[in-house]
Design a protein around this ligand. Structure first.
Ligand SMILES: NC(=O)c1ccc[n+]([C@@H]2O[C@H](COP(=O)([O-])OP(=O)(O)OC[C@H]3O[C@@H](n4cnc5c(N)ncnc54)[C@H](O)[C@@H]3O)[C@@H](O)[C@H]2O)c1
Length: 271
């Protein structure tokens, strides 16, 4: 039984897969990221050397049990990080969820996900069902390689490593969401109003949108890694408005000056 956050569930998943060439296991996620992301789906991975999630498996749990009351003991910064994964789902698929987040996130963080109770449940329910819908048609992540849930997960793995894991998973996702949004703006794919809405929400939640380790060379390396993982092209998920996204197929579309000025802009926004 994996009872804990995403790290614990990853370790239990990979251990259960290896033990006796596979034993049954149950997941009970106790963090927000665990309940809406790491505990959903069939993946488990651990870091190896300098690489994030380098060793891993696809191995489904027998059951996943979600008890929102666990969230009541979670420190507020951990709740904030969880919201980075929730806003990811809102931006790529669900305008209504974005409205709920903008109105109620701060109250939910303040009350440790207790109040307003109906909204807390609604946000969890929407996020979990959307995640299941996205994953169940493509459990092994190659049919197709275009995965909306990769939004916020192209630059973030390298950022976690580059910051020696001082940046948490949720914080790294937040920086990635911010950069992807700004790059989308530079490509003319998203209006400044929608861009501002996304960046303002991340700032409202005191999530980072920039860290010194975010450099053009790290971004280039991340796009190359994405090509290796996603069928030969980066399939970078770029928001086009709240609730819709686009898959960028050609990394050359992102020019060096876009990365440089985009990162500079985020540094200013982060202040
Ligand atoms: N396998 C997947 O599909 C998947 C998906 C998303 C994230 N992840 C991984 O999950 C990790 C992030 O997960 P996380 O944010 O849960 O971090 P985490 O597992 O490190 O947990 C964060 C902290 O919260 C503590 N904690 C857990 N439950 C608590 C509770 N109810 N009350 C108080 N403290 C509690 C933990 O002991 C830990 O110190 C990353 O390593 C990420 O790569 C995996």
């Amino acid at each position: 039984v994996g009872l804990g956050g995403g790290v614990c569930l990853d370790i239990v998943t990979i251990s259960a897969c290896l033990a006796g060439r596979g034993i049954a296991y149950i997941c009970i996620p106790t963090t927000l990221i665990g309940q809406i992301d790491a505990g959903i789906g069939i993946k488990g991975a651990v870091n190896f050397g300098e690489a994030k999630n380098h060793l891993g498996c696809y191995y489904p749990p027998r059951e996943v049990l979600i008890a929102p009351t666990f969230l009541q003991t979670l420190p507020q910064n951990r709740l904030r990080e969880g919201f980075a994964e929730i806003i990811k789902m809102a931006i790529i698929r669900d305008l209504k969820l974005m409205d709920l987040l903008e109105t109620y996130s701060l109250a939910l963080i303040e009350s440790q996900f207790r109040k307003p109770a109906a909204i807390a449940n609604e946000i969890l329910r929407r996020s979990i069902l959307m995640m299941i819908e996205e994953l169940e048609v493509n459990f092994y992540e190659d049919q197709p390689y275009e995965r909306l849930v990769d939004f916020g997960h192209t630059f973030s793995p390298l950022l976690e490593v580059a910051t020696l894991h001082k940046l948490s998973h949720g914080e790294a996702v937040s920086v990635d969401i911010a950069l992807s949004t700004v790059l989308s703006g530079k490509l003319g794919l998203i209006s400044s109003i929608h861009q501002k809405r996304i960046l303002d929400f991340l700032k409202l939640l005191e999530l980072p949108v920039w860290v010194p380790e975010l450099t053009p060379s790290l971004c280039r390396k991340a796009l190359h890694m994405a090509e290796l993982h996603r069928g030969g092209c980066p399939n970078l998920v770029l928001p086009t408005r709240i609730g819709e996204a686009y898959f960028l197929k050609n990394a050359d579309m992102i020019k060096d000056d876009m990365l440089e000025t985009g990162i500079q802009l985020l540094e200013e926004v982060n202040r």
